[in-house]
Design a binder for this molecule. Structure first.
Ligand code: BG6
Length: 471
């Protein structure tokens, strides 16, 4: 399908983990939506790969067609047919990728000299290093862009080992470490709201802000992902990745440009200025019932909820606590950033004041931003009540076809734009910040499914508590 948007050179997509969950839920639907939006190049091939063959190419196509039917609303059969006609499968292992390499060479040969290889590496963490080595040995990595899914190691030491193994094969500008939260429209909007508004930008600092919360409760459980959770836990799954990346956007200084170097330099400076986390200010919880999930060890002490306090020691944020909370089987499903502002230094409204102002951003698929203010309560007395300025960001002048996070990020890889991907020095510093908690993890405390976690998590931010304005 011709693209009216921009020229993207012909691509050979190599998807490792092509029969896995991420491919089924996000990658194939993502490629389909990009095709439907006219954002794939005119010429491309998709080669699925993995240890186990899903059968013949036709059987693989049938399987992917079924998955598209399940995960894409209003599937356009013509677009799906076109996509599937370019799809094939080639088995490979971390020590044998010869046939895959031959398939990639053949596809590149058919697409011409300006074609590129885009490798999507969604493999179990234990296999990542060996996969990079295989890609190097077989020549697949040469000139390729490689999308690297988390985890990027499991602690400081293993992340450094992994980084060395990656750098032995490819250069940093070939590696696209993906954190899909950064592909979300609403997360990018943090930067637009902060840096494009004269009303907001001057207030975004310690003189005006008392505290910041980044709150990502999830109502889903770990059902079906027990084994993964046992290896990973909530701290590594969500905090050292998504929540700290969002913190980077909330706390950074204005980058001089929105490009990969400037934006990631500023994000790295935030992480460099973060105080290493204090385990005494971290709460781990485990929901009742976790131990019954398939794949979970008897008596497991793995955390399914984390609440913590962090500090960013820059001129802008010194002394302002950042409260981060996320967990499974909680009372709601939200992604909320809340800034609490100082109250003006006068008691002229007495006890009538409704409380401090809040700026609240919802980072989910229908993003909103709202400012909660004190206003006069209609009536014959000077009393206050709370009113809300609300901005429905999803309705504000949308692009012709807004893209979901993975779609946007896949497009950026094809464009060669690393702005929304994580650089290796960021990963390294984030592990340094997190390492004290890994060395001295707090004891896990039980909580009821559907609740807001153990008491210690609830009371962590002090008397004002957590802010979910309408929960
Ligand atoms: C994933 C985590 O990276 O992000 C999951 O592994 C989590 O545990 C998910 O549920 C949340 O992302 P989203 O975009 O689906 O809300």
């Amino acid at each position: 399908m011709p693209t009216e948007h921009e020229h993207i050179p012909p691509q050979v997509f190599v998807l490792f983990g092509a029969t896995g969950d991420l491919a089924k839920r996000k990658l194939f639907p993502g490629l389909y939506h990009l095709a439907a939006a006219g954002r794939l190049p005119q010429e491309y091939f998709i080669i699925g790969s993995g240890r186990h063959s899903p059968g013949t190419d036709d059987e693989f196509r049938d399987r992917v067609r079924g998955e598209l039917g399940e995960f894409v609303k209003d599937l356009d059969e013509k677009v799906a047919d076109e996509l599937l006609s370019r799809l094939s499968f080639q088995t490979s292992t971390d020590d044998d990728g010869a046939e895959l390499a031959a398939a990639v060479r053949a596809a590149r040969g058919r697409l011409g000299d300006d074609s590129r290889t885009l490798v999507y590496l969604s493999v179990p963490p234990a296999a990542t290093k060996a996969m990079f080595a295989m890609l190097g040995k077989e020549g697949i990595a040469e000139g390729a862009r490689i999308v690297h899914e988390k985890p990027f190691g499991t602690d400081l030491e293993s992340s450094r080992e992994l980084d060395a193994a990656v750098k032995a094969v490819v250069s940093e500008d070939q590696v696209y470490r993906i954190d899909h939260f950064l592909g979300k429209e609403a997360v990018q909007n943090i930067l637009a709201l902060r840096f494009a508004n004269g009303l907001i930008e001057p207030a975004w600092n310690r003189s005006n802000v008392v505290s910041i919360q980044i709150d990502v409760p999830e109502d889903l459980t770990v059902e079906g992902r027990g084994a993964f959770y046992e290896e990973t836990g909530c701290f590594r799954d969500m905090i050292s990745t998504h929540l700290i990346q969002v913190l980077g956007f909330v706390a950074m200084e204005p980058p001089e440009r929105f490009d990969a170097t400037a934006l990631r330099n500023e994000k790295h400076k935030v992480f460099a200025a973060m105080k290493p986390l204090d385990p005494a200010r971290v709460v781990f919880g485990q929901y009742d019932g976790y131990l019954d999930v398939d794949g979970v060890a008897k008596g497991s002490k793995v955390e399914t909820l984390v609440a913590l306090e962090a500090f960013v020691d820059t001129d802008r944020w010194q002394g302002v606590p950042f409260y981060l909370r996320t967990g499974k089987a909680m009372g709601d499903n939200r992604k909320t950033v809340t800034l609490t502002f100082r109250t003006p230094p006068s008691g002229r409204f007495g006890d009538n004041s409704y409380g401090p102002d809040h700026l609240n951003m919802e980072l989910d698929d229908s993003p909103t931003a709202a400012i909660h203010l004190n206003v006069k309560r209609p009536g014959p007395d000077m009393a206050l009540t709370c009113a809300t300025f609300a901005l429905d960001l999803a309705l504000e002048d949308p692009d012709d076809v807004p893209l979901e996070a993975y779609e946007r990020l896949l497009l950026d890889v094809m464009r060669g734009d690393q702005t929304l991907f994580t650089r290796s020095d960021e990963v390294d510093r984030v592990w340094e910040v997190c390492q004290p908690v890994l060395d001295n993890p707090p004891a896990v405390q039980p909580y009821e499914p559907g609740s807001w976690g153990p008491e210690a998590a609830l009371t962590l931010p002090g008397p004002d508590g957590w802010r979910l304005p309408d929960a």
